[in-house]
Design a protein around this ligand. Structure first.
Ligand code: AMP
Length: 418
């Protein structure tokens, strides 16, 4: 008996898993699948890359197949909410792999794509609907879909949904589902609000946890370069040139900063693209595809790409700008060392950003090794890093940040450091 069989999954699913090369359940799968199969609500603390899509996707598909039902027109039998379009598409791709050879259908609705096409796709109903909250509400208002028959709700990357102000959307969406329903909530961190979310939407949940929040995969080597703002781009180019054949992800704080940096890299012959909230969905999809396939070697991103995105071959993650929310560092560097590979997380720290670095070290519980530069004096003027999960209702799919902080990021530490 295979280890997946021992978890209680149906033979049909076991066949799909074998064809996908899944042999051994990951820890989150081993813990969560039996509980979800028993119908329990679940709160899962797991970072991306731990196999959590299959942890909720497989038992969900098992339940849907066991019901032998078909979706009614313009309805769905289960709903998965995700914070970003990229993550929603990735979840749907994963689920389509699991449902291959079954009659189950998977439909995605995300912002930035045609409402008419999505309305048409929903006409026959779907077994699994993967959605970003804003677009789902639009479609519900247009009566393109009803949730009344959905007995399963998955909230993925719930902490990021809170950060992006989706709590209001969730308040409107959750009551529209069938009662009773099974609810699964996954989050990479457990800010205080998660307990409130759990109390509001989950019934007597089981809790599973695979790695403590803030702990990076052990395989990631972390280092920091102390550098002036003006010296960052030259240093980045120097470091990138040392690894011409590997995939590097570079995080910048602002959309404009990311765009400028990408253009500067391209001008010097680096195969770079950018992904941030000012890009159209088509541009974002193309950049990610090129990066996944290796035509693009360097992807410059804002935090829109910090979560969920699974590109196994990313070897270097650069924090060209340290994140203002220290927890985002954990998500950013989690884009490397995936699928058992090694990875390096390289942070650039200007004198004005020392407070941000210390905040990162505090939540990681480590001291990041210094790779170059002089450690600046700890300045009382250094900005304090914010903690995630508190009242950031910027909305949209970009690194949501209140305007005040955005302008501080542009003016404050960078100018002083330059
Ligand atoms: P996730 O955390 O869901 O984004 O999954 C991370 C990656 O691990 C994806 O590429 C999955 O296809 C892969 N994966 C998940 N579970 C398994 C498994 N049990 N065996 C092999 N690969 C897996």
């Amino acid at each position: 008996m295979s280890q997946f069989e021992a978890l209680g999954l149906s033979p049909r699913l076991l066949k799909s898993l074998a064809s996908l090369g899944y042999e051994v359940p990951t820890p989150i799968q081993a813990q969560a699948i039996p509980l979800i199969l028993r119908g329990r609500d679940l709160m899962g603390l797991a970072q991306t890359g731990t196999g959590k899509t299959a942890a909720f996707g497989l038992p969900l598909i098992h339940h849907l197949m066991a019901e032998h039902a078909r979706p009614d027109a313009r309805s769905c039998r289960s709903l998965i909410l995700a914070p970003t379009r990229e993550l929603a598409n990735q979840i749907a791709d994963n689920l389509r792999g699991f449902t291959r050879g079954t009659p189950l259908t998977v439909t995605v609705v995300v912002g930035g794509a045609s409402l008419n096409v999505q309305t048409r796709n929903l006409q026959r109903g779907t077994d699994i609907l993967v959605a970003t909250p804003g677009r789902l509400l639009d479609l519900i208002e247009r009566r393109a879909v009803t949730l009344a028959a959905a007995r399963f709700l998955v909230l993925d990357e719930a902490d990021q949904m809170l950060d992006m102000g989706f709590i209001h959307a969730l308040r409107r969406i959750a009551p529209l589902l069938a009662k009773p329903r099974q609810t699964l909530l996954f989050s990479a961190t457990m800010p205080k609000q998660m307990a409130e979310l759990s109390a509001a939407y989950l019934h007597d949940p089981e809790r599973v946890q695979v790695s403590p929040p803030g702990k990076a995969a052990d395989k990631i080597t972390q280092e920091v370069h102390f550098v002036t703002q003006a010296g960052k781009t030259a240093l980045l180019k120097e470091l990138l040139a040392k690894h011409p054949n590997s995939l590097s992800l570079v995080f910048a704080r602002t959309k404009h900063g990311a765009e400028r940096l990408m253009k500067s890299l391209v001008a010097e012959g680096f195969r770079a693209a950018s992904i941030h909230g000012n890009k159209s969905q088509g541009q974002r999809d193309r950049a990610l595809k090129g990066f996944r396939e290796g035509q693009i070697r360097i992807l410059v991103a804002t935090d829109v790409a910090a979560r969920g995105i699974d590109i196994p071959d990313v070897r270097q993650v650069y924090n060209y700008d340290l994140p203002e929310v220290a927890e985002n560092y954990v998500h950013r560097i989690g884009r490397t060392a995936r699928a058992g590979k090694d990875g390096t997380a390289i942070a650039f720290c200007t004198p004005g950003d020392i407070g941000l670095l210390r905040a990162v070290e505090k939540i990681m519980g480590i001291k990041v090794a210094v790779a170059s530069g002089e450690v600046p004096p700890e300045s009382a003027a250094a900005p304090k890093a914010r903690s995630a999960g508190r009242g950031n209702h910027g909305g949209g799919n970009t690194a949501a940040k209140p305007r005040r902080q955005r302008s501080r990021a542009r003016r404050g530490p960078s100018r002083k450091a330059a």
